[in-house]
Design a binder for this molecule. Structure first.
Ligand code: C2E
Ligand code: MG
Ligand code: MG
Ligand code: MG
Length: 268
């Protein structure tokens, strides 16, 4: 009998090879860590770290991915719980299949209760493209149920897909997460900057908070600060970190926003 890919992943979860890494998100104006994104890694017994691009697409072909996503949600809750009064909200990525889970918000509530995590400490990231597949009414209801529990929703990779502004207008979401490709290409020329500025203007008019991912340069940071972007996340500040390293960084009140590689080295 051959083992399916899903079996391998389930085994890996049981063997604790599937790990949540955490990438800090910083308040763009104060430079403080205000939240983090949980990103999955497969750490093989030989220490090799496999990035999600190598296994998520395969799992995402079916709702097999849900098992992994719920595991990540539990891991994030465990981490929030362990951080006690130093906890910051953690965002977890959910694949498009979850949009079909009518009881999604109930499952999430049950996990939050188990780990005694307040709903405002948990954020659901769902990619823009995931939202385009279902009909508007059922997505709105799905999102409304989640929002009513107090859990916040972020639209990930915003600007990479074809979601209409009309669509976002009606969704009970709290954050637009600007796609990193957008930032890469668009900080360069005038039309690019104009497009990006429009996204921030749109978000502000709808009272949505903005998060920029993939921030790599000081130039990008300055641009985002000028745009009043709320949160920034990227290699300029920190890579996704092993849980232990993230906890060290997040527990320190005045961790420097930039140059934290050096900072972490000094920590040993
Ligand atoms: P995403 O949710 O858009 O996550 C952002 C990706 O950008 C992460 O890649 C992160 O490591 C990377 N990144 C962060 N800062 C920078 C930067 O400054 N420059 C560049 N070039 N990249 C940066 P990662 O960890 O490889 O994850 C890739 C994608 O895999 C994620 O994109 C997400 O769609 C998916 N993914 C990760 N974890 C999970 C999960 O638990 N469940 C599901 N369903 N998908 C996940
Ligand atoms: Mg994400
Ligand atoms: Mg993204
Ligand atoms: Mg992405």
């Amino acid at each position: 009998m051959s083992t399916s890919f899903l079996d391998k992943v389930v085994n890996a979860i049981e063997n604790r090879e599937i790990k949540a890494y955490y990438q800090p998100q910083y308040d763009a104006s104060t430079g403080k860590i205000v939240s983090a994104e949980a990103l999955v890694r497969w750490v093989k017994p030989n220490g090799e770290v496999i990035s999600p691009d190598k296994f998520i697409p395969k799992l995402e072909k079916t709702d097999d991915i849900n098992i992994l996503d719920w595991y990540m949600a539990e891991e994030a809750c465990r981490t929030i719980h362990e951080m006690g009064d130093k906890a910051v909200p953690i965002a977890v990525n959910f694949s498009r299949w979850h949009v079909k889970e009518k009881d999604f918000y109930r499952k999430l509530q049950a996990i939050l209760t188990t780990y005694r995590v307040k709903p405002e400490m948990f954020e659901v990231e769902i990619t823009e493209s995931a939202l385009a597949v279902e009909n508007l009414k059922s997505i709105e209801e799905w999102a409304r149920n989640i929002a009513d529990t107090g859990v916040k929703i972020a639209i990930d990779d915003f600007g990479a897909g074809f979601t209409s502004l009309q669509f976002v207008k009606n969704m009970p979401v709290s954050f637009l997460k600007v796609d990193k490709a957008f930032l890469e290409d668009n900080c360069q020329d005038e039309r690019g900057r104009g497009t990006l500025e429009t996204v921030f203007f749109f978000a502000r008019r709808l009272s949505l908070k903005t998060i920029a991912e993939g921030v790599e340069t000081m130039e990008q940071l300055k641009f985002l600060q000028n745009m009043d972007c709320d949160r920034v996340q990227g290699y300029l500040f920190s890579r996704p970190l092993k849980k232990e390293d993230f906890l060290v960084l997040a527990m320190i009140d005045n961790a420097p926003m930039v140059d934290d590689d050096d900072f972490l080295k000094k920590q040993g």
